[in-house]
Design a protein. Structure first.
Length: 281
């Protein structure tokens, strides 16, 4: 499932082609994805201008000049494809089948932006003007927001017996983090993913906040992580998977200089956790 860096990479790739552009034509080629599409989706989008393209947690949001916002989640296999004169010599990857093109936007500038989703776990919805979507209503602060501070994390961790990894995956505590980047940040911070969130001292929490931001920034700079389906809006792969320290590296040597241990894998709440049993405590 795409995490914050993958969604942010897609947003940045779409901005030159969608933000400030008028949608001359919209198509919904099926009535549903993970959930039913709004019945008036095409009517609302056709003729609207995208005033801003934002990200909240793992969601893309396109604000419309006529009020309201288009909300999109990539799901497990969703891709945003950009085609048209603005892409020059763009050639569509033949492995991306047109039969999975579900929502298509054609701008007045001659660019076609397609939401292609083979598994249909993605979602497209409309947020009506002045409304709050239920999927966004209880999200915690963004990792790069000043509200996500050492003081904030100490307060929400206080007294919690839940493992710190599980706490960081809770979108009500911090928005956008997923399995990959929590594993990587905890290794950088030297914190065992099994440690109770309430038993982490203030200095280590402060360091953890910095490491969360650093690993996300590094991943965004690398275009995200392409493990299976993620592609940038240009069609290119992300490259952060080549910089993983622990994720998906079970049995490999710990990258910490001088550490003789190997990366270990355990299962927490149904998800794989990768960590160094010596460096992380």
């Amino acid at each position: 499932m795409p995490e914050l860096p993958e969604v942010e990479t897609v947003r940045r790739g779409l901005m030159p082609h969608l933000e400030g552009q008028r949608i001359a034509r919209a198509e919904a080629r099926r009535p549903d994805l993970r959930w039913p599409l709004p019945p008036d989706l095409v009517q609302v989008l056709t003729g609207a201008t995208v005033t801003a393209l934002r990200r909240r947690s793992k969601y893309l949001l396109a604000d419309l000049d006529r009020g309201g916002t288009l909300l999109l989640h990539l799901g497990m296999s969703g891709r945003m494809l950009v085609e048209g004169a603005s892409q020059g010599g763009f050639h569509r990857d033949p492995s991306i089948l047109p039969r999975h093109d579900h929502v298509v936007l054609m701008t007045e500038a001659g660019t076609t932006i397609t939401f292609n989703d083979a598994r249909r776990f993605g979602m497209v919805d409309l947020i009506r003007d002045g409304a709050t979507h239920p999927l966004l209503a209880r999200l915690g602060p963004e990792p790069f927001d000043p509200a996500f501070s050492a003081g904030y994390l100490r307060a929400v961790f206080a007294g919690r017996r839940v493992p710190v990894k599980q706490a960081l995956l809770d979108q009500k505590i911090v928005a956008g983090l997923g399995n990959i980047y929590v594993s990587e940040a905890l290794h950088r911070a030297g914190i065992d993913p099994r440690r109770a969130a309430g038993r982490i001292g203030a200095p280590r929490i402060a360091a953890l906040v910095g490491h969360v931001r650093d690993v996300l920034a590094d991943a965004i700079a690398a275009g995200g992580s392409s493990l299976r389906d993620h592609r940038q809006a240009t069609g290119e792969l992300g490259y952060f998977q080549h910089s993983f320290r622990v994720y998906d590296r079970e049995g490999a040597p710990c990258p910490t200089p001088g550490c003789p241990a190997a990366i270990r894998r355990i299962v927490q709440s149904g998800r794989s956790s990768f960590f160094c049993p010596q460096c992380q405590r």
